[in-house]
Design a binder for this molecule. Sequence first.
Ligand SMILES: Nc1nc2c(ncn2[C@@H]2O[C@H](COP(=O)(O)OP(=O)(O)OP(=O)(O)O)[C@@H](O)[C@H]2O)c(=O)[nH]1
Ligand SMILES: [Zn+2]
Length: 390
Amino acid sequence: MALIRQRKLTKQQLRRIDKQQAQQQESIDGSLMDGVVMAHYGKQLEVQVTSLPAIIPNPPVVAEGEPEPFWQAIELGDIWRCHVRTNLPMLATGDKVRWVADPNTGFGRIESVQPRTSLVSRPDRYHKLKPVAANVDILAIVFAPLPAAAPNLIDRYLVVCHHADVKPLLVLNKADLLAIEDYAFTKNLLNEYQSLGYEAVLTAAPCPENILLNPTQSNSKQAIDSAKLTDIEPLQQQAELGLTDLQQQIKDKLVIFAGQSGVGKSTLVNALLPNSDQSVNVISTNSKLGQHTTTTSRLLPFNPEDLTQGGIVDTPGIREYGIWHLTPDDIIAGFVELYPLAGDCQFRDCKHTHNSKGCALWEAVAEGKVMQRRVESLVTLQAEADTPTY
Ligand SMILES: Nc1nc2c(ncn2[C@@H]2O[C@H](COP(=O)(O)OP(=O)(O)OP(=O)(O)O)[C@@H](O)[C@H]2O)c(=O)[nH]1
Ligand SMILES: [Zn+2]
């Protein structure tokens, strides 16, 4: 076996190495800039330039007759495809990052991620938690008179909000349909959540089916004629104000719209985004690279030139949100009015089912202090969390 002699470096050599390393670091530091993750493609991400680097690289000087090499100038507001430096945690749409761009290749590399104010994650099929969206301020929980609202789904989203540190906002859309007597009960649901302290808005999104906006259209007329109408005037005003109200609530905020299929999420989102060609699920219209790939989530800004004005994170995955990564205790923590009572149950491991002995939640139901359907909802969600479906 050959003997490897360790060579001792002279002081001068050591100094030279230190200097080289410092120069390398300085050149990375000078190239670093701020960015926001706009879309997520698994290993690659799209990042918007939100600050320029201290040292702006110059394009190469091309001798006459030589072919022009590829060069992508760094400009504010541009979107770059990026790789992620190894050893960084999994990134999500909405993450604020420090990164370097290589104008010679048109690719960037994310060097670090700033602390997050919130993180919405979702377990995948393999039971692994995946971050979906970071720094989201509001989860708009959309429901409607038709398809009929599922209170249990609303409760599920409220639990998600609690754990992600995101503020919930209840949006009762298709408020125009409340003018039809059969559907008027949905408004009670909104009132119930308001009484629990949640913020809520009533909206009617602009679309051909909206019977308040198009009362003379044949399908609307049919709906109106075949139904007993309640007093339409005040609802019309409330619903019209609703969209402005919603706009005010989400101004300068990053928002996710969640809710069952058909309640009008896309219609609302399109009404809220100023750029008509920037509709939900449209792939990468503002990416210069123009590659069409399915994303897991995408940030649609209210003002593409100023991300501080907020936007909407389109995350299809949020619709079938599983909660089985949460413990029963985590789940009850998301039921604001029930959580403080749980400590009063006779048994510490009380399952809060109707026949649980000495259950403080059911005593509160009997005394009319809390809603029975919320306790039932809690029990259903806790049971789901106890029995993973993978
Ligand atoms: N009457 C009435 N219809 C609406 C309203 N908002 C949306 N719609 C209609 O409801 C239908 C479903 O709307 P979408 O926006 O596609 O619903 P979605 O929640 O995005 O549905 P998914 O994409 O399946 O999750 C469409 O035909 C809309 O035009 C509303 O305020 N009033
Ligand atoms: Zn109990």
